[in-house]
Design a binder for this molecule. Sequence first.
Ligand code: FAD
Length: 747
Amino acid sequence: MVAFRAAVLHNAAKVFLWESVCYLSKLEACGMPVEVKPRFVVLYGSQKGQAQSIAEGIAEEAEQHGLVADLSCLNETTKYNLEKENDPVVFIVSTTGDGEPPDNALQFVKRIKRKALSTDHYKHLCYALLALGDTNYANFCNCGKTIERRLQDLGAKQFYATGYADDGVGLEVVVDPWLEGLWNAIRGALSKMASDRTAHLKVNTEDSAEETPDSSTPDVQISLLSITDHQNCEPASPAGSIGLASQCHGTASIPTSAPKTQAGDVGVPHVVLAASLTCSLPPLSESSLNVPALPPPYLDVSLQEADTIEQIVGPLNKETLHEVPVSKAVQLTRGDSVKTAILLELDISAYPMMTYQPGDSFDVFCPNRAAEVDNMLSRLGLQDQRNHLVNISLRKDTKKKGAQVPSYISQNISLLFLLTWCLEIRGIPKKAFLRALVEHTGDSVQRRRLQELCSKQGAADYNLYVRDPSLSILELLTAFPSCSPPLSLLIEHLPKLQPRPYSAASSCLTHSGKLHFAFNVVEFPACTGRPMGRRGLCTGWLFDLINPSPVFPGKAESSNSPALPKIHVSLRPNCSFRPPSDPSVPFMMVGPGTGVAPFIGFLQQRAEERQKNPEGVFGETWLFFGCRHRDRDYLFREELEGFVSSGTLSHLKVCFSRDDREDEESAAAQPRYVQHNLLLNSQHVTDILLRQNGYLYVCGDAKNMAKDVNETLLEMIKTELQVDQLEAMKRLAGLREEKRYLQDIWG
Ligand code: FAD
């Protein structure tokens, strides 16, 4: 009986705890009972907006779970105070560059890294953390890991296992289940924190009662005793449940809501269907769907006829940008090469302050394609308003937490300018955007397909038809003709048009007043939803700029020759991807394809230094280069061979992945990719790295090459030092930390 009563009391206490968290405190201020929902904090650090949009999603969904979320960006230090925070805190942080925090989290990371902070600085704090990263890049989720490490060093307690989401395979693989489990975890943390506070309060009360027997009970305990309707605290279903049967129109379509038949049924025509962007197959087409909550609209957008039409022909932030002429363009690959690589020379002599070092990169600001902007205008039915001014303000009644007018959209710009220079209209629509588009789609079949694509059940289709082929919003709207979103929805969901970085492929010691860079023209093949292939935005634009009449070497701007094309650029110094400051230290460079670009700058600089100081001691230099065919895409061949002849480059190791091998026997011995050449020179590579304090630089494709090189290095270290995988990983991590193994990778 005693045990039974204890169990009842125990269970009652559990219910009480959660209920006490969700208490209805009768605030007398206005004479009305006011519901106070349990609160938690969401903080984000975001570079491209992904972490921000996840954080906003959490804040928006909180209400459905009977909670209230305080949302802030990590740099909004006046909006939150972790030093005094007594409610659970959820961090959503991405990582950028070579493992750095996003710009808006930099100060926060610096602050929590201060050595002066004591080990119990955050002992009151309960946190959960979702880290976003990309395994194709070095230091996966480094910012999230750094924050987590520091929070724990400073005594904070984790209330929910950290999620590490990988953009390389799709963030949603980790993000979706992490978000699903978050709500229970927050409720658990709130209960635990409330019970800790109650216990703490009790101890204090007892202590003070002993001291002052007549002290009154604190107010807070009175409100904790109020019992609320438990249903308020139950998690609402995070997603609407939809169970519509889908039908596909068109030639390859068939009503998929046809009754299911037993396998082997006689008389039922056997139709093989292909799913596509607009058409799904069972089981998806017959499945109930969990779709994300509808993102609340938050912008009011109106168009206003302008008195004067200002012709703006470039990005707005001209103070930080330089408009420079393209003084030379050379195709580095032969016409029959699979990829087209181009070298451009920019004349930067008008900007003496624009000095750069080998290893630096710079941003190119490119506009959206005029034809796509036109297409978008007509799709929105706004062709005639292209020169109207765009007025954007926050909706007064918006339910979106932390809603702001996008800071990258200036006042007094025309609609044409907005679509040309501000919004990434090639952006891949995220699931929240697809969800919002459903509300603006007339045709029920198309609505259902959009619902599928943003649903949990349709995740594979989303990856296959939207994410992997990099489908743009315009391509999506073309495939779903009954979808007519308002302009405001595009502004709410499309990211900022980002500049594209390129590595300097020259040294300003060799090319005074000039800046070279090399790039591959990116090609997106046709796919379902994209009848024609297209080029990458920036590389396609640069390609068009110099075609059909390429700019020939030596051509100067003069009154009787056509003006040289100009582009807007700004420098992005890279303080670590630099040749060793001590020239006697040996270094190795791995740069297949256009990854060789920065190393041309390294070697030009080394050549100049050798010329200036013929008696100097210069360490060995190695370059591992790779391409498909010796005759078609061996970039900078003459220049590289020249570096070898002059002694600037001690070892040039080149491999060709698609050239025919002469015979079977020699084929086996011939390296195909840069990592094979590294392995063939394993002794030298490990000696330089592990014994001579040398450097290794890797540049180029992040998706495969950088990973393969990393794996190969691990194998080499294991063999050379006779250590196991873990120890080899530690050694490699040590080299990274010492900044002697450096990567500059993209893709
Ligand atoms: P978008 O229309 O933006 O399409 C981008 C998509 O194309 C990506 O999703 C990716 O899947 C794919 N992609 C991106 N880069 C490549 C590539 N190189 N080859 C094939 N597919 C790609 N690129 C260079 O060519 N030379 C450089 O020296 C160079 N330096 C860089 C330095 C840094 C620090 C960074 C971050 C990137 C660098 N890049 C370089 C990549 C470059 O910034 C662009 O991403 C690339 O040129 C594609 O731009 P786009 O607008 O044409 O393609």
